[in-house]
Write a new protein. Sequence first.
Length: 47
Amino acid sequence: MAKAAKRAFVCNECGADYPRWQGQCSACHAWNTITEVRIAASPAAAR
């Protein structure tokens, strides 16, 4: 069974990353700049 792709949330303004979505970036204080990024599993990790 395939595992769900991992995801991170990244600020479009400063590049700060977070484990969960939030409305305001705590690094640059910009609002609504956090977007979801899916992280593909590396081939070495897939067994």
